[in-house]
Structure formats: C-alpha cells, structure tokens
Design a protein around this ligand. Structure first.
Ligand SMILES: *Cc1c(COP(=O)(O)O)cnc(C)c1O
Length: 380
C-alpha cells in the first residue's frame, strides 16, 4: 500500500527524544527554547514561540491582533476546518471568500468587497504549502487597517518572491505566521505548532498565554537559587509543547532542506508523467511562488467521479484523499452565514484528489500511482 504521506523520522529523532527522557526534564524547558531559536533561523523571523499544535497557534495569533466577539475575520472556506474553528473560538465570525482555482488560495480580487466595519483580520492560508498572493493581499489589509495572520500550517520550507527577493514563508510578511508539526505536514513531532513574528510584544504575549498567563515558567523556577513567586497578570491557557517533542523537532529541522528538495523532485516527476493522462490538470506554481508540495492536488477530468477514482486507486494499493475540505459544507457550519458564493471552493473540493507524496517515495511507487490513476480514469 502506498500511503498518502509518511513522516520522515528515524534514529536521530529517537535518540533526541531518549536523551530528554533520561535528563529528567520532560515538559517545556531548554529543548523548547533551543527549538524556537533554530526554527526562527530556519524561516528568517525574529521570534518563534512553540505551542501544542497549529490550531491553538491560530487562536493565540487571533487573540494577539485583537480579534474579539463581534469581529469578522476573512478567510477561505476551502481549508482544514481548524481555521474557521479558531475564529469562532474568539467569538468572532468567519467570513468565507472564494479561492483562485489555480493556486487554491484566497482570491485577492474578492477580498476588498468582503471588508465591513466589523472586519478585524484576514487569515491568509498557504494551502498545501502554496504561498498566498501576499503582494496583492497586504495592500488591501493596509488600506482597511486589518491584521494579517498567515496560516503556514503546511508551508514550512515554501518560498515567496516579495519585492525582488525570494524568502521563506514565516518571516513573516503579515503580523504572525502559524505552523503545524502534525504528521501530515513536512516536519512532525506528533502534534505541535509554532508562531513566528517580528513583533516582540506579540511574542511575549504568546509566551504568557501558552502557560496559564504565568509570569515565570516552571523551568526557570526549578533552576532558581532564590525563591521566585510567579504572578498571573492575564487569564491564559495550557498550550505548551514538551521538551521531548522539541528535541524531535530539532532533529526534524535538520532534515528540512533535504525533504523539500526531494518533494520538488517528486512533484516534477508527477508533472511530467501526468501530461500523459488525458484530462487531468496538474498543479503549477505562479512565477512568484515555490511550494514545498505538502500536498499534490490534481484536478480530475470533467465527469470523473471522485469517490470512484479514489476507490479504484485504493484497490490498486494507492491511498489518495479527496480535495481540500470546505468548512461551510460541514454540519459544524450549517448555521453559518454564507455571504458570498463559493463556486471555486466547492469545485476544487469535489473535483480534485490528492496523490501520495512523501520523502521515502521511490520513482517506481510514483509510476505506479500515475498508472493506477490512468487505469481508474480509463473506465469512465
Ligand atoms: C493541518 C492544518 C491546520 C491544523 O494544524 P494542527 O497542528 O493539526 O492543529 C490548520 N490549518 C491548515 C491549513 C492545516 O493544513
């Protein structure tokens, strides 16, 4: 069976985790601090704050930019449901705007019309690792005084040309970027998240809120020779990452360049092979973006039944996934106000499938995937 994704972990991660266990300090401590420093260096941001997952990172980012009950946040529905959930967790309303069918990302041309007096922020989701059109989105945010949160859950190692310079996603171009370390993404620690920002006050706030609003961390108190009594200036949360996970994360970061390089090689392979499968549209990068190919999303020919193709491929030992979900089509959002039509979001969700792509994938496996897709489509 060829899986949709497989984490690229091994001895280095196992040794790192083991060393932390043997050290006797397992919760947030020196490994988290070191991981944060290395993560910030990897993406080029001034600050990085590690948390339990990307969903809580999005929550903290929204809190930091001041999203409160009554506010609206503009985002795509065509994304993992955690994005809309994080907005709702702040008591705010997600306002869904349609996507560009080529990049699967928020269509900047539709964003300005969605801004109201209640709008507080735009959540730019770098879907499947493909950078959003930040050059078009940032001026809209600036003109309307809106905060910009980048959902970079999938985008570690992706690059964007901004001005005349290529830079990694996460520096960030908006106010805050949020990354995920779930096994479905390029780097994983089981579950984990990171917030990057160049705003020192936001970073301080993230650090306070992730540990119950506590002014002094437990590792600092543990190592102090004088008595320290902590204070709680704000009500916070427990959104901490553990040192065991951070140690794994440090080992994973060392593999990033290698993983991105191999994924790009495999994506090129798909692009070439898929040109021989009639009617299938392979994804392409705009001139200003280099994706990490977190997911490889192909559009099926008109008339092909998504579930049927997926089942036929599964019968051939190939796991696939449906196109990216749409939050507004799920029961959890059946009561949501849908202010704008979302035809491209729905069409991408229903008409696309994700093909397997992982570091350890061989060229033979890839040929088999394309062959099974061709077979599945030959019968329609
Ligand atoms: C995976 C993902 C998330 C959630 O990340 P977790 O770390 O699992 O909470 C959020 N947004 C997008 C776009 C994702 O793909």
């Amino acid at each position: 069976m060829i899986p949709i994704m497989a984490p690229f972990v091994g001895e280095a991660e196992a040794r790192a985790a083991s060393a932390v266990v043997m050290s006797g300090w397992l919760s947030q401590g020196p490994e988290v601090a070191a991981f944060e420093k290395e993560f910030a260096e990897a993406v080029g941001s001034e600050h990085a704050c590690a948390v339990s997952n990307c969903t809580v990172a999005l929550h903290l980012a929204l809190v930091a930019v001041g999203v409160k009950p009554g506010h609206e946040v503009i985002l795509a529905s065509h994304t993992f449901i955690a994005c809309a959930n994080a907005v709702r967790q702040c008591g705010a309303t997600p306002i869904f705007v349609d996507i560009d069918p080529d990049t699967f990302n928020l269509n900047p041309e539709l964003v300005a019309a969605a801004v109201t007096t209640r709008t507080k922020a735009i959540m730019c989701i770098h879907q499947m690792g493909m950078p959003c059109d930040m050059a078009a989105l940032l001026p809209i945010a600036r003109d309307h005084g809106l905060a910009v949160i980048e959902d970079a859950a999938c985008a570690i190692g992706s690059e964007i040309r901004f001005g005349n310079e290529w830079q990694r996603i996460g520096r960030p171009l908006g106010d805050v970027a949020c990354f995920s370390l779930h096994p479905r993404k390029l780097l994983t620690v089981g579950d984990g998240g990171v917030l990057t920002t160049n705003n020192a006050e936001f970073d301080q706030l993230f650090r306070l809120l992730r540990q119950h609003g506590m002014s002094v961390s437990d590792s600092v108190r543990h190592n102090s020779r004088t008595v320290i009594v902590e204070e709680y200036p704000l009500p916070g949360f427990n959104y901490r990452l553990t040192d065991v996970q951070a140690a794994i994360g440090r080992a994973q970061l060392k593999r990033l360049d290698d993983i991105v390089r191999r994924r790009r090689e495999l994506a090129d392979g798909y692009y070439n092979m898929l040109s021989e499968v009639p009617g299938v549209k392979a994804p392409q990068e705009p001139a200003w973006a280099r994706t990490n190919w977190q997911s490889y999303c192909v559009r099926l020919p008109e008339g092909a039944d998504q579930r049927d193709v997926m089942q036929k491929m599964l019968d051939q030992g190939v796991a696939t996934r449906r196109g990216i979900m749409c939050a507004h089509l799920e029961r959890a959002y059946s009561d949501a106000e849908i202010r704008f039509p979302l035809p491209e979001s729905e069409s991408a969700h229903r008409g696309c499938i994700l093909l397997p792509l992982f570091h350890q994938m061989t060229d033979e496996m890839q040929s088999h995937v394309v062959h099974s897709l061709k077979e599945a489509l030959s019968e329609i």
